[in-house]
Design a protein around this ligand. Structure first.
Ligand SMILES: Cc1cc2nc3c(=O)[nH]c(=O)nc-3n(C[C@H](O)[C@H](O)[C@H](O)COP(=O)(O)OP(=O)(O)OC[C@H]3O[C@@H](n4cnc5c(N)ncnc54)[C@H](O)[C@@H]3O)c2cc1C
Length: 359
């Protein structure tokens, strides 16, 4: 996962790793192997920091740093409405209860109910799915500190060391109707993963065979098209979206989660800026009359969307083109896509240097 500047915000909060451990987790290069064309491409990691972070570790760190009782579990939203009198957003929950909110930030993922309320177009399905898992080597895996991605006959397999013992792996392959059933049973997912890469080098097959059964999962990939991101209207009243709900993209750049963290930082900053521009000046009572709280919040959400729009349009476009590149082995199409990517984005890791600013 590329974390870029976001990592600075949270790396010192990772209590279970020392700074030495964190340095050890840094990867030194990305290696792409195209077996069919008998070619290899290496991208050394320069100034960028590349490391693999377990999503659950990240979620725990973020949750632990919230004030107590901020999170309320078991609240599945089934619909969002606006109160006809006050225009306050009202969330309807699965258990039949309602929550009246001042502001709603929907970070409910790729099938977002909040995005639907905003009138955003439905996300699209790739014909591809991803199988992922972790393999623990109690005595150490002995692998080089590199991210390897191997492409063979339309199947993509990758592996990234998380630390000295844990390795994260993934497989990208065509989705089949049978996968709906397979995805519900980790044992079947693992069997299907092994079957998909049986023609790959035996060390890769062993890696998957030895993975922790609780860690394996199979998901069909979704994306919001770059043009839907560009044209989408991301605010209605005091309701907006963040993370995958706003900009779900294929995992080809490993940027979706990082972009969601950027959203959170920018949104928090925009809220503080707009609110303090009213509360923090003398004569605030008078300004409050001129500008009600609801308008301040709406202005903050507009500022957030303005700041995020082009960043996520660029990321979605680069991800979309990279996905096309990974899925084709036709030399002319590959060449055209490489040219387009170079013209539009230059350095393939340039997106990791984006600075969303500080909180
Ligand atoms: C194969 C794969 C590999 C990836 N690799 C990387 C990577 O290397 N680096 C990276 O940065 N990103 C990566 N991503 C993307 C990353 O996983 C996502 O961008 C990130 O998880 C999005 O976070 P989110 O919180 O917006 O959405 P989610 O992680 O989908 O979380 C949404 C949450 O909302 C809850 N929810 C959903 N609907 C409702 C509802 N109606 N009511 C209440 N709650 C609801 C869900 O239960 C869930 O907890 C990858 C994705 C895939 C599929």
């Amino acid at each position: 996962m590329y974390l870029g500047s976001i990592w600075d915000e949270c790396k010192y909060k990772v209590q279970k790793y020392s700074i030495q451990d964190i340095k050890k987790l840094l990867l030194s290069r990305v290696r792409e192997i195209l077996v069919d064309n008998n070619r290899q491409r290496e991208t050394p990691i320069g100034k960028e920091e590349l490391r693999c972070v377990k999503r659950s570790d990240l979620v725990e760190i973020l949750a632990e740093n919230l004030p107590p009782e901020t999170i309320r579990f078991g609240c599945q939203i089934v619909a969002v409405k606006l109160d006809p009198l006050s225009s306050d957003p009202v969330l309807q929950l699965y258990d039949g209860t309602f929550i009246k909110a001042k502001v709603v930030i929907g970070s409910d993922g790729a099938n977002s109910v909040v995005a639907e309320f905003l009138g955003l177009k439905a996300t699209k399905l790739f014909s591809y799915c991803a199988i992922r898992g972790f393999t623990n080597h109690p005595t150490g895996h002995g692998l080089n500190n590199e991210f390897i991605r191997t492409n063979r006959e339309g199947i993509l397999q990758g592996r990234i060391p998380v630390d000295d013992k844990l390795v994260c792996w993934f497989i990208g392959r065509q989705w089949t109707p049978e996968d709906s059933r397979i995805s519900k049973d980790p044992k079947l997912v693992k069997e299907s993963a092994v079957q998909s890469i049986k023609a790959f080098p035996s060390e890769m097959v062993e890696l998957v065979k030895n993975s922790d059964i609780d860690s394996v999962s199979l998901v069909r990939l979704r994306y919001r098209t770059p043009w839907d991101v560009l044209l989408g209207s991301f605010r209605k009243g005091r309701v907006t979206v963040a993370g995958d709900a706003m900009h779900v993209m294929g995992p080809f750049l490993g940027q979706g989660g990082s972009a969601g963290l950027e959203d959170a930082i920018v949104l928090a900053r925009c809220l503080v800026k707009e609110i303090s521009s009213v509360v923090g000046v003398e004569g605030c009572q008078q300004r409050r009359k001129l500008m009600p709280e609801t308008s301040v919040l709406e202005a903050a959400l507009d500022r957030y969307i303005r700041e995020r729009k082009m960043r996520i349009v660029r990321l979605s476009t680069q991800t979309y083109l990279t996905g096309l590149l990974l899925r084709t082995s036709v030399p002319l199409i590959r060449f055209s896509l490489l040219i387009l990517l170079f013209v539009l984005f230059g350095n393939s890791l340039g997106h990791t240097r984006y600075d969303c600013g500080r909180l």
